[in-house]
Design a protein around this ligand. Structure first.
Ligand code: COA
Length: 159
């Protein structure tokens, strides 16, 4: 299904769908509609992309903050039915491409230490852990891992 996807900028009429997908993806950490409105209002510094199927369904989304020489990945998620087919890697690559195109030489992101799928995706894409924020996610005492990647490099190993 990922071959027939179109990447486009999200618009305000996507917000209800983004809220629903976010709830499926992040449960208690999901963004409410007000946060999506705020994020859209911060464009073009914030930069979001959605992947849409030929049927008009949103299959994935991601966003980045262009902050000078270091960009921050704000969010990335793939609809449960579309996971495991390389779409997460495609969205991540698109965000990295946009960051580099706007002049960033590196990027940072934050991920829960118990998010196995996301960590596998990031490590596979050459991201490396640079910091830990102990017990950042509450409740649950889950650490937040800060990962970094130099843009313009291709690293595939996780050493
Ligand atoms: C993390 C997420 C975006 C991955 O999306 P995806 O489209 O399934 O990922 P891909 O198919 O591109 O897989 C990329 C790599 O991640 C790994 N991966 C994906 N799903 C995995 C899973 N459930 N368990 C372990 N590894 C997994 C695979 O190793 C894959 O590498 P491979 O090419 O060697 O197989 C998706 O699981 C998701 O939306 N999760 C909920 C939201 C979330 O946690 N976002 C990240 C917040 S930091």
């Amino acid at each position: 299904m990922t071959t027939a996807l179109t990447f486009r900028e999200p618009v305000w009429t996507d917000i209800d769908t983004l809220v629903a997908l976010d709830r499926e993806s992040f449960a208690d950490d999901a963004w409410p509609a007000t946060t999506w409105w705020e994020e859209f209002a911060l464009r073009p510094r914030r930069d979001y992309v959605v992947a849409e199927t030929a049927d008009g369904e949103l299959a994935a989304y991601g966003g980045i903050d262009h902050g000078g020489d270091t960009a921050d990945i704000m969010t990335i998620a793939v609809a449960p039915a579309a996971q495991g087919h390389g779409l997460g890697a495609r969205i991540l690559a698109e965000l990295e491409r946009r960051a580099a195109a706007r002049g960033a030489t590196g990027a940072l992101l934050e991920v829960r230490a118990d998010n196995t799928a996301a960590l596998a995706l990031y490590r596979r894409a050459g991201w490396r852990q640079v910091h830990v924020r102990r017990r950042y996610y509450q409740p649950g005492d889950v650490d937040a891992l800060i990962l970094a990647k130099s843009l313009g490099e291709k690293g595939l190993s996780d050493d």
